[in-house]
Unconditional design. Structure first.
Lengths: 403, 243
C-alpha cells in the first residue's frame, strides 16, 4: 500500500538529499518547459506549408550588360528560351523568390472613397505573368488566373489585377468573397487593382515576418537589365538545366551573367537555419538536462538503498512484499518530482513571461510545464524502478545481521 | 505451533560449504517461552531466520501454525510474517526518520489496516510498553531500553501469535535487560508464543524451556516433548558456554 504520510515524514526529517534533488528538478522543469515550448514554436514555424512545389522550383538571376538592349523584348525572348528547354514545366519573371529572405512588399487599402478608406495588411508582392501559378505550383481555389493578354510588361505602375492568398483574403474581407474587390496600393486612388483570383497558400520571402502568408501576385511582368526568373522543372532535370539555361541564354546574347539556380527547398533550409540551429541546441540541452536529472534520481535512489539496506530488510521482515519496497521508492521520488514539478512549473511560467517581454516570444502555454512534469514522472519511473527492484531483492534476513 | 523436521541449511561459496543447520528438529507448542542458546556460529540466527521465514532452507519440513512453509511464495511468506510473527531485533531496527507511532505503524500499514484501526493499535501497543506519552518522539530521543520497548510494541501491534526475539537484551544494560525480559514474560503470559535467542544464561533460565544449538543441531533431549516439558527449565542452558 502507498505510504505517503510516513514517506513525507521521512523526507522532512532527512532533508539535504531530497532538497538537492528538488532544486535540480525545479530548474529542469523551468528550463525544459520553456525550451520545449521554444523548440515546438521553431519546429512549427519550419514546418509551415509554403503552398509551393519547393523541390521543383528554382530561381536564377540574369544581369544584362548590353547597353543597347531593349529590356522588354530581351526579357520576352529570355523567358521564351527557358520555357522551351527540355524538362522545364513553366517559367516566369518574378519580383522575388519565396522564402529567400529578400523581396518586395507593399501596403494596401480598400474602400469607395478616401473618407471610408480601410487600411489592409501589408503583403509580400509578386510580379508575375499567367505562368506564375503554374511555376510555383499554387492551387487556385477561387476566381481565375491572369489571361496572357492581361499581363503587361514593364514596371509596377502597370498593375491592374490581383491574385491573393486565401490568408490575405480572409484577413482583409473575412468570409466575404474577395473576387471583384478593388484594392489600392497605398492610398485610395493610387493604382486601383481588382482581385480576380484566390490561391490556397502563397508565402512571401520573409519567414519571420507576420506578412508571410499574405502573398499576392500582380499582373506585371518585370523587364529590366536585371531579372529574377523562377523556373519549375522535373526534379531530375534541374541539374541539367543549371548548364542548359546559361548556355541557351548566352547563345542568344553573350553579354550577361546568369547565376543562382537555388531551389526553394534550398532557400527554405537557408532561411530557417537559425531556427533549426536553435531547435537543435535547445533539444540537446533538454536531453542533457533530463539525462542529468534522471541520473540524479537514480543516484539518489541507489544511495538511499545503500543507506537503508538494514531498514529495507527490517521492512521485509515486518511483512513488506517486494512490491511494497518498489512502491516505497517510487512514491518517495514521485513526491519529490511532483513538488519540484509544481514549483518548477510556476517558475517556468514566470520565466516564460520574462522571455515573452524581452524577446517578443509567444506566451508559454500551460501544456508545456504540465507535459514536462508528466514526462519527468515517466523518467522518474524508469530511473527509480530498476534500483528499487534491486532493493526489493534485499533479503529480510538482513534485519537480523549485525553489520 | 512450530514444527521443524530434519531441516538443513547450507551456505555455499565458490570455495566452501557451510552447514549452518543439519537435520534440525524442533517443536514448539502454542504459548511456550523458549530460549535458544548456543555458541557463536552454532546456527542460532539461521534457525531464527528460518523460523521467522526470513530465509529459506535446503531440506526438511517446516510447519508453522499448520501451514507448510516449504514452498511458499515470497508474497505469502511476507503475509505470514506480517500476520503471525512479531520480530524483536538485537539492534532494535527502528527507522530513525520515523517517530515512535510511525515506527509501530509500519507493519500495520503492510497489513492494510485503515488509519483508524492503525491508530487504535499503535496507541494500545505503546501503552502496553509504557511509552504512549512519547509516541511523537524520534527513536534517537530514547534510551536503548526504551527503543527496544518500542520495537516490542511494533512486534505486538499486529497481535502476532508468535514472537521471535533475536538477542533482545544484547544491547542493553542489566537493568534495562531485566525490564525488557519482564515485558516479554508478561506478553508470554498473555498467550503469545515466544522464541528468544540469547547469549545470556540468566535470561535463558527465565524461559520455560531452553534449547541449545551446537553445530547446527539441537542438543535438547526433549525437543520432541515440548508439550510435556512446558513449564520446566532445561539444564542444558546452564551447561552451555555463554561467555
Amino acid at each position: 500500500m502507498l505510504q505517503i504520510r510516513p514517506i513525507i515524514s521521512m523526507l522532512m526529517r532527512s532533508k539535504s538529499g531530497p532538497i538537492l534533488l528538488l532544486v535540480q528538478i525545479i530548474l529542469s522543469v523551468a528550463i525544459v518547459a520553456n525550451a520545449s515550448f521554444i523548440i515546438t514554436e521553431r519546429v512549427s514555424l519550419m514546418s509551415r506549408e509554403s503552398g509551393i512545389a519547393e523541390s521543383e522550383v528554382f530561381d536564377l538571376d540574369i544581369y544584362n550588360f548590353d547597353d543597347g538592349m531593349d529590356p522588354v523584348s530581351q526579357t520576352k525572348r529570355d523567358i521564351e528560351i527557358i520555357r522551351n528547354l527540355e524538362g522545364v514545366k513553366a517559367a516566369t519573371v518574378s519580383s522575388m523568390t519565396p522564402l529567400s529572405g529578400g523581396g518586395w512588399a507593399s501596403n494596401f487599402s480598400y474602400g469607395t472613397s478616401k473618407e471610408d478608406r480601410v487600411d489592409a495588411a501589408n503583403a509580400p508582392l509578386y510580379y508575375g505573368d499567367e505562368q506564375m501559378i503554374a511555376t510555383l505550383g499554387l492551387k487556385l481555389i477561387e476566381g481565375r488566373n491572369f489571361y496572357p493578354d492581361e499581363v503587361l510588361t514593364g514596371g509596377s505602375e502597370l498593375a491592374s489585377l490581383l491574385i491573393v492568398s486565401k490568408a490575405y483574403a480572409q484577413e482583409t474581407f473575412g468570409d466575404e468573397s474577395p473576387i471583384g474587390k478593388v484594392m489600392y496600393r497605398g492610398e485610395i486612388g493610387n493604382q486601383p487593382m481588382k482581385i480576380i483570383g484566390v490561391v490556397e497558400r502563397l508565402q512571401g520571402a520573409w519567414v519571420d515576418n507576420n506578412n508571410l502568408e499574405r502573398g499576392m501576385i500582380i499582373n506585371v511582368e518585370l523587364a529590366a537589365a536585371f531579372n529574377r526568373i523562377l523556373v519549375r522543372a522535373d526534379e531530375e532535370a534541374i541539374v541539367g538545366l543549371k548548364e542548359a539555361i546559361p548556355a541557351a541564354l548566352h547563345k542568344e546574347n553573350p553579354n550577361r551573367v546568369v547565376r543562382g539556380f537555388t531551389t526553394i527547398s534550398e532557400h527554405r533550409n537557408i532561411v530557417y537555419r537559425d531556427h533549426e540551429l536553435m531547435a537543435t541546441v535547445l533539444s540537446m540541452m533538454v536531453v542533457l538536462l533530463l539525462l542529468i536529472t534522471s541520473l540524479g534520481l537514480a543516484g539518489m535512489v541507489m544511495f538511499n538503498i545503500e543507506r537503508r539496506t538494514k531498514q529495507i530488510g527490517t521492512r521485509r521482515a515486518l511483512g513488506a512484499k517486494k512490491r511494497d519496497i518498489v512502491s516505497f521508492f517510487l512514491v518517495e521520488n514521485y513526491l519529490i518530482c511532483i513538488t519540484g514539478g509544481v514549483i518548477g512549473g510556476l517558475i517556468a511560467v514566470q520565466l516564460g513571461q520574462q522571455l515573452m517581454a524581452l524577446y517578443s516570444l509567444p506566451k508559454l502555454e500551460l501544456f508545456y510545464p504540465i507535459a514536462t512534469v508528466a514526462g519527468l514522472l515517466v523518467l522518474t519511473t524508469f530511473a527509480v524502478i530498476f534500483p528499487a527492484q534491486k532493493a526489493a531483492k534485499i533479503s529480510p534476513a538482513t534485519a537480523t545481521r549485525s553489520v | 505451533m512450530l514444527s521443524m523436521k530434519n531441516i538443513s541449511k547450507v551456505f555455499k561459496t565458490d570455495l566452501v560449504e557451510t552447514h549452518a543447520l543439519r537435520d534440525f528438529n524442533l517443536a514448539v507448542n502454542e504459548g511456550e517461552f523458549v530460549a535458544v542458546t548456543g555458541p557463536s556460529g552454532s546456527g542460532k540466527t539461521t534457525f531464527l531466520n528460518i523460523a521467522g521465514l526470513l530465509e529459506g532452507f535446503n531440506h526438511g519440513d517446516y510447519f508453522l501454525d499448520g501451514v507448510n512453509i516449504s514452498n511458499l511464495s515470497d508474497n505469502k511468506s511476507a503475509a505470514i510474517r506480517n500476520e503471525k510473527i512479531g520480530f524483536i531485533f538485537q539492534g532494535f531496527n527502528l527507522i530513525s526518520d520515523l517517530n515512535l507511532a510511525e515506527n509501530v505503524e509500519v507493519p500495520l500499514r503492510y497489513r492494510g489496516f485503515n488509519a483508524k484501526e492503525r491508530k487504535v493499535r499503535v496507541e494500545r501497543a505503546l501503552e502496553q510498553v509504557g511509552l504512549a506519552a512519547r509516541m511523537k518522539h524520534l527513536p534517537t530521543q530514547l534510551s536503548g531500553g526504551q527503543q527496544q520497548r518500542v520495537a516490542i510494541a511494533r512486534a505486538l501491534a499486529g497481535e502476532p501469535r508468535f514472537l521471535l526475539a533475536d538477542e533482545p537484551t544484547g544491547n542493553l544494560d542489566s537493568l534495562m535487560a531485566r525490564q525488557v525480559m519482564e515485558l516479554l514474560e508478561d506478553i508470554n503470559k498473555a498467550g503469545t508464543t515466544i522464541i528468544m535467542v540469547t547469549h545470556d544464561a540468566d535470561l535463558a533460565r527465565r524461559a520455560q524451556r531452553n534449547i541449545q544449538i551446537v553445530d547446527g543441531q539441537v542438543c535438547d533431549f526433549s525437543m520432541y516433548q515440548a508439550g510435556e516439558n512446558r513449564g520446566k527449565t532445561q539444564s542444558i542452558a546452564d551447561a552451555a558456554s555463554v561467555a
